[in-house]
Design a protein around this ligand. Sequence first.
Ligand SMILES: *Cc1c(COP(=O)(O)O)cnc(C)c1O
Length: 357
Amino acid sequence: MLTSRASMSPAIDLRSDTLTVPDEQLRRAISRASVGDDCFGEDPTIRELEYRCTELLGCEAAIFMPTGTFSNQVAIRVHTQPGDELITDADYHVNFYESAQTAAMAGVAINAIRTTDGILTPELVDQALGSKPRGCLYAEPKLLCLENTINAHGGRVFPFARLAAVSEHATRAGLAVHLDGARLFNASAASGVPLHEYGRIVDTISVCFAKGLGAPFGSVLAGTSQAINRARRARKWMGGALHQGGFMAAGALHALEHNTAQLHDDHLHARVLAQLLAQDPSLGIDPAQVQTNVVIIDLSATGWAPDAFVAEAQRNGVLMMRWVGTRVRAVTSSNVTEADVRAAADRILDLVAVRAA
Ligand SMILES: *Cc1c(COP(=O)(O)O)cnc(C)c1O
């Protein structure tokens, strides 16, 4: 764990919810896992996790994946051919972090929509579909990728009715629909929409166990039996079929069983952080917009350059991640307590006040 130079006490780590490390019980669950060779369909723990996820997500079938990126890339292969077009929001993970992989490995062109809030609508999908004439000269649109919660927009929950509406519209327009639900557990905890509701409105869903649920690795891609059969083939081709992967699945199962309540604490802590930071209007934070575990701080009115701010905060024992432009991201997780976020808010407010003085 990083320590701050000033105090030598452990730093308050708000960089990401992927930085959680497994506790003793989770380590024990991994070490005791029953395993077999999943390439022969004989790993009982992977099979149990996949079965649990079909029920949990309301899907016909599910397949274990090493990471969320792996799930997204396999989903893209399942729904497209090289030369096809994928429609998504420019700020979603699939474009922001995965545009190069998608181009290089799936051979798919991304038609990225710019929005102010990350909420794709039927009208925006129609605009993307109509952004060029279609026909043999042009890429053929095949897939709409959605995201929930929306990381780049402060962990915003995509309201379920709007998600269902845009998905239904895309299906009618002949597109497959993939939902990147790396933080779907957060969306469900915050909105009260049961996870299984999502399975009936999209073709495939990915979830991550290594975010707020605190497992060290693992993701699942769920969907129709046909989609998941194709995903099995794509995963093998990409080198992602794990032999005794039950050790990984055991961590995910343990996290599902024991760590979902933590998400409510994480959301509370993010709200406390946002409420405290909102005391300084120059940070432009509206606590009502903080729905899950992400707080985006915009430094544009503070006089701070983001790199200098992140470095100075680190010297004061608060770790955050630089985002794009003048924005910095703070994420709550089991790494931080309410006392931690209160202390972090004090130090951040001090830094902003020093620059303003
Ligand atoms: C974290 C994340 C992923 C996948 O991340 P991995 O590090 O590959 O597990 C995908 N989509 C979103 C929205 C994410 O936040």
